[in-house]
Design a protein around this ligand. Sequence first.
Ligand code: SF4
Length: 234
Amino acid sequence: MKPIELYKALLKQFGEQLWWPVTDAGEITPTYKKRKHLTEKQKLEICIGAILTQNTDWENVMKALENLSKAGLLSCEKIASSRQETIAKLVKPSGYFNQKAKRLKLFSQYLKNNYNYSINKMFSKPIAELRLELLSLHGIGNETADDIILYAAEKPAFVVDAYTTRFAKRFFKLPTTDYVEVKAFFESQLPKNTQLFNEFHALLVEHGKRFCKKKPNCSGCFLKTNCCFAKGNN
Ligand code: SF4
């Protein structure tokens, strides 16, 4: 099964996932919703969420984002001018809170110093250039950079996470778990389409939570007839 056929099968099974959840004006909780446009504030919120979601579940990030919202600090301007200890307290539910507060401060200060907080200006760069720039920032690795490029900048960068790597190893018998190689595997076989990459990543996460867990539920998995692992080819 080719990646594009896999995408169609996942979409048929689970439906649209409507990532990335963001907070609408006047609300404090991020919601999954089809949106025609993201505001600059929502793009910044995605950057903040992408940093907070490192090594934790999204449910914990939601609590941290709500805390920032309630305190009126869900913006890079506010984060840049707030004390790191204040941010750390608010993002505590997301874990590694001192480290993440520092990363948020440095990201916000970078945005201030280089773009006067205009994330759209930063995002106007070509993907490769933007990716290198993000990777040069403190605490931003491959997955966080691609989360930001795909979901906030709305440009086609395929996101790889632990679910994707595990799935690709089992389903396609991919002989590597290297981030860049797994990303290249998908990107080389798919049309460079932001919406496709957006949904595909979210669908792989959903499948990984329901079926392709650490201990896979192959007997219940709708992909088992096409899967190398289930067919005993691994
Ligand atoms: S059949 Fe098993 S190993 Fe293959 S994708 Fe499904 S859950 Fe994962």
